[in-house]
Design a binder for this molecule. Structure first.
Ligand SMILES: NC(=O)c1ccc[n+]([C@@H]2O[C@H](COP(=O)([O-])OP(=O)(O)OC[C@H]3O[C@@H](n4cnc5c(N)ncnc54)[C@H](OP(=O)(O)O)[C@@H]3O)[C@@H](O)[C@H]2O)c1
Length: 200
């Protein structure tokens, strides 16, 4: 049996979801910070969802690009398997941060790892956490299911943006997501969910 055949044994058909917040002008970051002032309700919604274990108690996987990983506060790294997308970290051979479960060179490699034993049997939901290229690559893959997008109804100065996705997705409502308009400290925002169209 070839190495490729061995690799195929026990592989799972996994899916993953994206989590992001963007402004009207599609900004997600400015100078490596969120473009808007902190929104407590959005932070709670985001952390609760991307750290929520599966019904059988398995930890989530959070996949981030290197810069997003470097900007991620410690509290968001707890109780999940973190995969970081980076060519420089993968090639450097330097000792890894113990909070990083694995470094992959691109999203495809990360999804391949998540689909293969033994990791596929140990994990709960898989979340793609950005930034731009990571989202872009993830959206194009067939395993992509939902985009959970907090839409902030204001323009903000930004240098990093959420990619175009609308042509391949349709907006849906989910029972456990409050899709009503919300307000905090004068900012209006909404938790939106998009599902990949079957023909996409
Ligand atoms: N508002 C939101 O919802 C949201 C979501 C996510 C991120 N952010 C913010 O966005 C900012 C960072 O986003 P970003 O887009 O500039 O950077 P990023 O994707 O987080 O990180 C870029 C780095 O990740 C690696 N990488 C990303 N895509 C890759 C690919 N396809 N193939 C290989 N390596 C890849 C490369 O690392 P190497 O150089 O090491 O090879 C690249 O330099 C941060 O401020 C973060 O907080 C906001």
């Amino acid at each position: 049996m070839s190495a490729d055949n061995v690799k195929e044994l026990g592989r799972k058909n996994i899916t993953f979801d994206l989590m992001a917040a963007m402004s009207i002008n599609r900004g997600i970051a400015n100078k490596l910070k969120l473009p808007w002032p902190p929104i407590k309700k959005d932070f709670e919604y985001y952390v609760e969802r991307v750290q929520r274990k599966s019904s059988n108690g398995k930890k989530c996987v959070n996949i981030r690009g290197r810069l997003t990983w470097e900007c991620t506060p410690e509290v968001e790294k707890n109780n999940v398997y973190s995969i970081v997308i980076s060519k420089s970290m993968k090639d450097s051979g330097l000792p890894q941060d113990p909070q990083i479960h694995k470094v992959c060179a691109n999203i495809k490699e990360a999804i391949d790892y998540c689909s293969s034993p033994p990791f596929c049997d140990e994990i709960g939901p898989i979340w793609i956490m950005g930034g731009t290229k990571v989202y872009q690559e993830a959206i194009s893959l067939p395993q992509c299911r939902y985009i959970f997008l907090t839409y902030i109804y204001k323009n903000f100065e930004a240098d990093t943006f959420f990619p175009k996705f609308e042509e391949q997705f349709e907006e849906v409502s989910l029972d456990d997501v409050d899709g009503s308009m919300q307000e905090e400290n004068g900012l209006i925002f909404q938790f939106k969910v998009y599902k990949k169209s079957s023909e996409a």
